[in-house]
Write a new protein. Sequence first.
Length: 527
Amino acid sequence: MRCNRPPVLVAAVVLLSTALVMGHEKDEKLGQVHFPVSCSKDAQVQFDRAVALLHSFWYAEAAKDFTIIPEADPTCAMGYWGIAMSVWYPLWQPPSEAMLKKGWGAVEQAKAVGAKTEREQQYIAAIEVFYKDADTLDHRTRSLAYEKAMEQLYQRYQEDREAAVFYALALNATASPNDKTYANQLKATAILAEVFGEQPEHPGVAHYLIHSYDYPPLADRGLDAARRYAKIAPSAPHALHMPSHIFTRLGLWQESIESNRDSAMAAKAHQSTFEQLHALDYLAYAHLQQAQDVAAKRVLDERNTTAEGDLENFAAAYAFAAIPARYTLERRRWSDAAQLEPRPSKVKYTEAMTYFARAVGFARNSDVTNARANVEKLQALQRELVEAKQSYWADQVEIQRRLAAAWTAHAEGKDDEAVTLMRSAADLEDSTEKHPVTPAPIFPAREMLGDLLLELNHPTQALQEFETSMQREPNRFNGFYIAARAAELSGDRDKARQHYASLIALCEQADSDRPELQQAKVFLAQR
């Protein structure tokens, strides 16, 4: 059982924080971090800044800072620990072969230099278990081994708040996407909340609280951290973006727009293509929910002119494929969706988003031949991901395959088959959680099920599906519109009025005249 730290020790931590991140640029603000290491005074200042960068997932910049540390102090083994930590993105993707090689090399250098304290030895040993035997042990096995090593470090050095923060991150990294109890996430939040009370300007604490609460049943608990993080570390593009994870879960679109607009601008200024694209994906999604189609088109145009150099990075590749797919499907422009051009990628899942949009577009336009061809592409990608043991992404592609196959079956007049496929896709999607890199599915499966049921003249059933979907994906344009339409057709005019009114309120700042809005206004004008 953990004991509370005495006030004197808390005060000592605060005093130690005079060596906080001072910044390399005038007025730079990365938050307040102090990670004591047995290195020179200059190396300590550089180390604190590098750890602050690491906590805001500014991995490339953190790696640069950590690389400089052994030059300032050749006896500082923890500088090499930092390099190893900077080439693994625990919430995004497994390291590439080159990254694994670099990380393992840094571990070996840290061990060769030799840590001066037992605590530092344990930090190095913890990251070593992640990189060790990478050729024979799978990524999850090594991630779990790292988590257990960090738990031991956290338990042994209760006064070390960086151990607590990095352990909380490890808990998030190893959380199962199928665990609806959110056991790891809630364990992490308990740890982080304690540290946040002591260190309210710590960037990692605010950041990891947001990730821990980035789930529909938990999201409202993350609003405080979301509204504080960007103020704690405004110099970090990712810190400007992260609040939008909570804003998206709660359907707070204008706050998401402001967050991601600032993040995209900062990322562009720092020439961070993947951060820019990541923010643009969330930005496009938020604009589309408010019928701000002109603004969403500007985001698409910016995506089209963004350099493709970072597209092997998963976050960048995901956003690059997601933005045009969202732009066509959210606006129900089936012909435009069918015309999207697939782009080969080493990040195979990202190819599936384009084939999914194409398949749905062709099917909704009754082009069964081309719809089937794209469904087959999805099936091939799903098998490839299964063979690569990427089970989570294989499931996400399977959800898309079933949705696309359902619309195709509907186009063929096989409506029983279509409903069965669509319902199984929605159930599978409900059993998993979204990946931290994405604001939401390209199009929610249960919402598509409701849409299909409405087309099949089952408005009461359709309304039930939409209202269920709203609990997971609130304040969506299509969710409100088609729920209103379903209520109207089922004869529930009060509920239709409620959903149409919500749609109009949602789109107070719309910059386009979608026909759905006109239909809502006509209905609401009736007495």
